[in-house]
Design a protein. Structure first.
Length: 140
Protein backbone atom coordinates (compact mmCIF):
# COMPACT_ATOMS: atom_id res chain seq x y z
CA UNK A 1 0.00 0.00 0.00
CA UNK A 2 1.30 3.46 -0.86
CA UNK A 3 1.88 6.39 1.47
CA UNK A 4 -1.49 8.10 1.77
CA UNK A 5 -2.32 11.13 -0.31
CA UNK A 6 -4.02 13.80 1.82
CA UNK A 7 -6.27 16.82 1.32
CA UNK A 8 -7.44 19.31 3.98
CA UNK A 9 -11.12 20.16 4.40
CA UNK A 10 -12.86 22.57 6.77
CA UNK A 11 -16.25 21.43 8.09
CA UNK A 12 -18.87 23.96 7.01
CA UNK A 13 -21.88 24.80 9.17
CA UNK A 14 -24.40 23.80 6.52
CA UNK A 15 -22.92 20.28 6.50
CA UNK A 16 -23.95 19.63 10.12
CA UNK A 17 -27.07 18.00 11.49
CA UNK A 18 -29.44 19.20 14.23
CA UNK A 19 -26.98 18.05 16.95
CA UNK A 20 -24.22 20.14 15.35
CA UNK A 21 -22.32 17.05 14.10
CA UNK A 22 -21.08 16.61 10.57
CA UNK A 23 -23.94 14.87 8.74
CA UNK A 24 -23.13 11.21 8.15
CA UNK A 25 -23.56 11.46 4.36
CA UNK A 26 -20.98 14.27 4.14
CA UNK A 27 -18.21 11.87 5.20
CA UNK A 28 -18.76 10.15 1.84
CA UNK A 29 -18.43 13.52 0.09
CA UNK A 30 -15.12 14.18 1.84
CA UNK A 31 -13.84 10.72 0.86
CA UNK A 32 -14.89 11.25 -2.76
CA UNK A 33 -13.28 14.71 -2.77
CA UNK A 34 -9.98 13.18 -1.62
CA UNK A 35 -10.14 10.46 -4.29
CA UNK A 36 -10.76 12.96 -7.11
CA UNK A 37 -8.07 15.26 -5.69
CA UNK A 38 -5.63 12.34 -5.86
CA UNK A 39 -6.61 11.65 -9.48
CA UNK A 40 -6.08 15.31 -10.34
CA UNK A 41 -2.71 15.42 -8.55
CA UNK A 42 -1.66 12.34 -10.54
CA UNK A 43 -2.65 14.06 -13.79
CA UNK A 44 -5.88 12.19 -14.43
CA UNK A 45 -8.91 14.34 -15.27
CA UNK A 46 -12.48 13.18 -15.84
CA UNK A 47 -12.07 14.14 -19.50
CA UNK A 48 -8.93 12.00 -19.77
CA UNK A 49 -10.75 9.00 -18.28
CA UNK A 50 -13.77 9.35 -20.56
CA UNK A 51 -11.59 9.89 -23.63
CA UNK A 52 -9.92 6.54 -22.84
CA UNK A 53 -13.34 4.90 -22.44
CA UNK A 54 -13.09 4.13 -18.72
CA UNK A 55 -14.46 5.48 -15.47
CA UNK A 56 -13.96 4.65 -11.78
CA UNK A 57 -16.84 2.97 -9.98
CA UNK A 58 -17.56 2.39 -6.30
CA UNK A 59 -18.59 -1.17 -5.50
CA UNK A 60 -18.65 -1.10 -1.70
CA UNK A 61 -18.02 1.49 1.02
CA UNK A 62 -17.74 1.04 4.78
CA UNK A 63 -17.49 3.97 7.20
CA UNK A 64 -16.43 3.62 10.84
CA UNK A 65 -17.36 6.78 12.75
CA UNK A 66 -14.88 7.35 15.59
CA UNK A 67 -15.30 10.94 16.85
CA UNK A 68 -17.67 13.77 16.09
CA UNK A 69 -16.79 16.63 13.79
CA UNK A 70 -18.22 20.11 14.29
CA UNK A 71 -18.48 23.21 12.11
CA UNK A 72 -15.08 24.86 11.81
CA UNK A 73 -13.08 21.69 12.46
CA UNK A 74 -10.22 21.19 10.02
CA UNK A 75 -9.56 17.65 8.90
CA UNK A 76 -7.10 15.85 6.67
CA UNK A 77 -8.65 13.20 4.47
CA UNK A 78 -6.17 10.54 3.35
CA UNK A 79 -6.43 8.23 0.39
CA UNK A 80 -4.28 5.13 -0.26
CA UNK A 81 -4.85 2.48 -2.94
CA UNK A 82 -4.27 -1.21 -2.26
CA UNK A 83 -3.77 -3.24 -5.44
CA UNK A 84 -4.31 -6.87 -4.53
CA UNK A 85 -4.89 -8.02 -8.09
CA UNK A 86 -7.90 -8.78 -10.20
CA UNK A 87 -10.59 -6.40 -11.39
CA UNK A 88 -10.99 -4.52 -8.12
CA UNK A 89 -8.88 -2.47 -5.72
CA UNK A 90 -9.30 -1.18 -2.18
CA UNK A 91 -9.04 2.41 -1.08
CA UNK A 92 -8.23 3.05 2.58
CA UNK A 93 -9.11 6.50 3.86
CA UNK A 94 -8.91 8.25 7.22
CA UNK A 95 -10.54 11.51 8.23
CA UNK A 96 -8.32 12.95 10.96
CA UNK A 97 -8.60 16.22 12.86
CA UNK A 98 -5.48 18.38 12.83
CA UNK A 99 -4.82 17.41 16.47
CA UNK A 100 -4.46 13.78 15.33
CA UNK A 101 -7.89 12.55 16.46
CA UNK A 102 -9.34 10.02 14.02
CA UNK A 103 -12.91 11.03 13.21
CA UNK A 104 -13.66 8.28 10.67
CA UNK A 105 -12.13 5.39 8.76
CA UNK A 106 -13.43 4.59 5.32
CA UNK A 107 -12.73 1.47 3.30
CA UNK A 108 -13.93 1.29 -0.28
CA UNK A 109 -13.78 -1.32 -3.00
CA UNK A 110 -13.64 0.08 -6.50
CA UNK A 111 -13.05 -0.83 -10.07
CA UNK A 112 -12.55 0.74 -13.44
CA UNK A 113 -15.51 0.41 -15.79
CA UNK A 114 -15.13 -0.02 -19.54
CA UNK A 115 -17.74 2.54 -20.61
CA UNK A 116 -18.63 0.67 -23.86
CA UNK A 117 -18.75 -2.90 -22.58
CA UNK A 118 -20.22 -1.80 -19.20
CA UNK A 119 -17.91 -4.29 -17.46
CA UNK A 120 -14.94 -3.90 -15.17
CA UNK A 121 -11.57 -3.87 -16.89
CA UNK A 122 -9.39 -6.91 -16.20
CA UNK A 123 -6.49 -5.09 -14.51
CA UNK A 124 -7.18 -1.50 -13.45
CA UNK A 125 -3.53 -1.05 -12.39
CA UNK A 126 -2.42 -1.10 -16.01
CA UNK A 127 -4.90 1.64 -16.90
CA UNK A 128 -3.91 3.83 -13.95
CA UNK A 129 -0.21 3.39 -14.80
CA UNK A 130 -0.89 4.42 -18.38
CA UNK A 131 -3.18 7.34 -17.53
CA UNK A 132 -1.24 8.87 -14.63
CA UNK A 133 1.57 11.35 -15.01
CA UNK A 134 2.57 10.38 -11.45
CA UNK A 135 1.57 6.73 -10.84
CA UNK A 136 3.50 6.72 -7.54
CA UNK A 137 0.54 8.56 -5.99
CA UNK A 138 -1.39 5.33 -6.50
CA UNK A 139 1.40 3.19 -5.08
CA UNK A 140 2.35 2.03 -8.58
Amino acid sequence: MSEPFSVRVTVRGYETDVQGHLNQAVYLNYAEHARWSLLQAAGISQHRLVSRGVGPVALETTIRYRRELLAGDEVDVTCAFDWSGGKTFRIEQTIRKTDGTVAAEITAVGGLLDLKARRLVADPRDHFKELAEDPALFGL
